[in-house]
Design a protein around this ligand. Structure first.
Ligand code: UDP
Length: 335
């Protein structure tokens, strides 16, 4: 029997960023085992050819079975809750799912000698920026439990490196957006709180108007500036992070963004151009916890991983998201 290479275990592989990465890695010829409890993930987001296990990473017996059967070479860990506002009102839910649950996964990795971990971290671990663009040496002072839960897991992973040799890459995403251009998979959150999909929901007539959260920020047009990173660029970064670890790389943190910022008003104007629709807006209060400007310094990603974003303009993010939302599924996997 020909030797099959060991698979990768992808937690949260049926979610938004996870499913785009699954598709990317599958095309690269990787063998994939996806673990997802389907709380937010969608079974339909997974292509043919992946092994799917429905369940939770906190289930020790299940983890034992998955590792015994598949002997994964590395874990790409996407599974997490990601609503910043909810994390403030229900912090324990976030610490349980984003911090405590992965401990069982890590214990099982240790037991089975699996020493590579690629972690979906976030620029929210930096908190309010003291300088932009933000590089990886920026102080980490998260201002909400979501960011704190991710930052604490980074600490745990560093401790695991010291104790049993786990090597990790912390990929600190800026604003993930866009969808795969083929339109088979996309972004389907319920509730949807993110700017680009909400703007497009207004363009589609699903929401009456857009509320801009704050117009008095110290930015050129008064609205917040973010660094929007295309989900397929995130996917390629995961593949490169895996190569980095396979090549014997040490634990490291890498920011993933374009290095360019766009305001809320600029995003809405681009969405009007792409969709050909007028997007009614109202001006609302600032949303609690929103920094004025978040822009990534992507230099380390290029130096360490050889990675650079391909989609540098949010236009391509908006175009691909619009294609998904107006395609056969209408932007939804179920009903
Ligand atoms: N935003 C907005 N109206 C909305 C949703 C978001 O004005 O309905 C703003 C939000 O205040 C932030 C930017 O758009 O400045 C991006 O927000 P999003 O929730 O997409 O990502 P975040 O930066 O919170 O990760």
């Amino acid at each position: 029997m020909a030797d099959l290479k060991a698979p990768l275990l992808i937690t949260g592989g049926a979610g938004y960023i996870g499913s785009h990465t699954v598709q990317y890695l599958l095309k690269q010829g990787e063998r994939l085992v996806v673990l997802d409890n389907l709380v937010f993930g969608h079974r339909e987001a997974l292509p043919e050819g992946v092994v799917f296990v429905e369940g939770d990473m906190a289930d020790a017996a299940l983890m034992e079975r998955v590792f015994a059967e598949h002997r994964p070479e590395a874990v790409l860990h996407f599974a997490a809750f990601a609503y910043v506002g909810e994390s403030v009102t229900d912090p324990l839910k976030y610490y349980r799912n984003n911090l405590a649950a992965p401990l069982t996964l890590l214990e099982t990795m240790s037991k089975f000698g699996c020493h590579r971990f690629i972690f979906s971290s976030t620029c929210a671990t930096y908190g309010d920026p003291v300088k932009v663009p933000i590089d990886e040496t920026h102080p980490q002072a998260p201002v909400n439990p979501y960011g704190a839960s991710k930052w604490m897991l980074e600490r745990v992973l560093r401790d695991c490196e010291r104790a049993w040799g786990l090597k990790s890459v912390f990929l600190r995403y800026f604003n993930a957006s866009g969808c795969d251009a083929e339109g088979r998979i996309g972004e389907d959150h319920d509730p949807e709180t993110h700017l680009i999909p909400r703007v497009l929901m207004v363009a589609k007539g699903e929401i009456e108007k857009m509320t801009i959260f704050g117009t008095d920020y110290p930015t050129p047009d008064g609205t917040c500036i973010r660094d929007y990173i295309h989900v397929n660029d995130l996917a390629s970064a995961h593949a490169l992070a895996l190569e980095y670890l396979r090549g014997g790389g040490e634990t490291t943190a890498v920011n993933l963004g374009t290095g360019r910022g766009f305001s809320v008003k600029e995003i809405i104007a681009t969405a009007e151009e792409v969709t050909g629709k007028t997007i009614p807006v109202e001006y609302g209060e600032r949303r609690a916890g929103d920094p004025a400007e978040l822009i990534c310094d992507p230099a380390k990603a290029k130096a360490v991983l050889g990675w650079e974003a391909v989609n540098k303009e949010p236009r391509s993010h908006i175009e691909s998201a619009w294609k998904w939302m107006t395609g056969p599924r209408g932007g939804r996997y179920e009903g």
